[in-house]
Design a protein around this ligand. Structure first.
Ligand code: G1P
Length: 295
């Protein structure tokens, strides 16, 4: 069977002010904060490339050009590192520009995630039938869930979202799914999606986890939604509209790990988790942490 061109473009909404990381985000976009030594957005770009995406559409706002700029080659730096025989560093520096083609689209007003994703449409080729969306705050581990989501779309059509099963009392910051089972325990059909419900109102404990494979019909739905939770144009409400109109929507329940880089508490955990696995820093960090926790 020939592989449908489901995933040429991966959209990364990165236009926010990063208020939870002020004052740093006065000068550095949160997407460029390092997880050990690598900006979070490079982890996202690598995941998109691994899923077969050829272009990364970074939705940005004026003043945050450095996020896309990070993916440009740095020929002077490369020459210097080469001349000094710093092969390993050279490889690190060349990795991001070699991962995937990067394009920028602008979101000029902070009108919500749905509005951010809508800006990507202008950069798509006419024959692109679906897009991936990766929220750069969310690190989903191990990578690979997008590939599974693409398979599910090939099987069932429509749109496929990634979900985590999380405790009910932690559900309200998320988009939450009303689902029914399919033959596969990790794939569920979605009958409704609600953004940031209270724990009592949440239709399940399956929460959207920042990875989406969306049929192109999402753009038409995004044009027709009204401001929802928080007064913002919500991607969740466009997904609900697709469901209302009979488009198939499924979730892949990811049973792995997750980090939220969008707030300092989650970021610190991600940093420590990645550092503990790092060949240079892991062992000494572990020893230090153990000592530190005992005192
Ligand atoms: C966004 C989405 C929400 C999703 C969450 C995952 O919310 O609107 O549906 O569950 O990302 O991180 P945000 O975190 O931007 O408020």
């Amino acid at each position: 069977m020939s592989q449908p061109s489901v995933l040429r473009s991966a959209v990364v909404p990165a236009a926010g002010l990063g208020t939870r990381f002020l004052p740093t985000t006065k000068a550095v976009p949160k997407e460029l904060l390092p997880v050990v030594d690598t900006p979070g957005v490079e982890l996202i770009a690598a995941e998109a490339a691994e899923a077969g995406a050829q272009q990364l559409l970074i939705v940005t706002s004026p003043g945050k050009e450095s996020v896309a700029g990070y993916f440009e080659a740095a020929p002077d730096l490369e020459k210097t590192l080469e001349a000094r025989g710093k092969e390993a560093l050279l490889e690190k520096v060349q990795r991001a520009p070699g991962l995937i083609e990067v394009k920028t689209v602008y979101q000029y007003e902070p009108k919500g995630l749905g509005h951010a994703v809508a800006q990507a449409e202008q950069a798509l080729a006419e024959d692109e039938q679906a897009i991936a969306v990766l929220l750069p705050d969310d690190i989903v581990l191990p990578t690979g869930v997008l590939n599974r989501m693409i398979e599910v779309r090939a099987e069932k059509g429509g749109s496929v979202l990634c979900a985590f099963d999380i405790p009910k009392e932690e559900i309200s910051p998320y988009g939450v799914f009303d689902v029914s089972d399919t033959g596969d325990p990790d794939v569920k059909q979605v009958h409704g999606m609600v953004e940031k419900p209270s724990a009592e109102e949440a239709p399940s404990t399956f929460a959207a986890a920042g990875r989406y494979v969306l049929d192109r019909a999402i753009f038409d739905a995004l044009r027709r939604i009204e401001p929802g939770a928080g007064g913002e144009l919500q991607l969740t409400d466009a997904v609900q509209l697709l469901i209302d109109e009979g488009h198939p929507v499924h979730i892949v329940v990811h049973r792995g790990g997750r980090h939220d880089l969008g707030n300092p508490g989650g970021y610190v955990r991600a940093f420590v988790d990645f550092a503990l696995q790092h060949p240079d820093y892991g062992a000494s960090l572990r020893t230090w942490l153990q000592e530190r926790l005992e005192n």
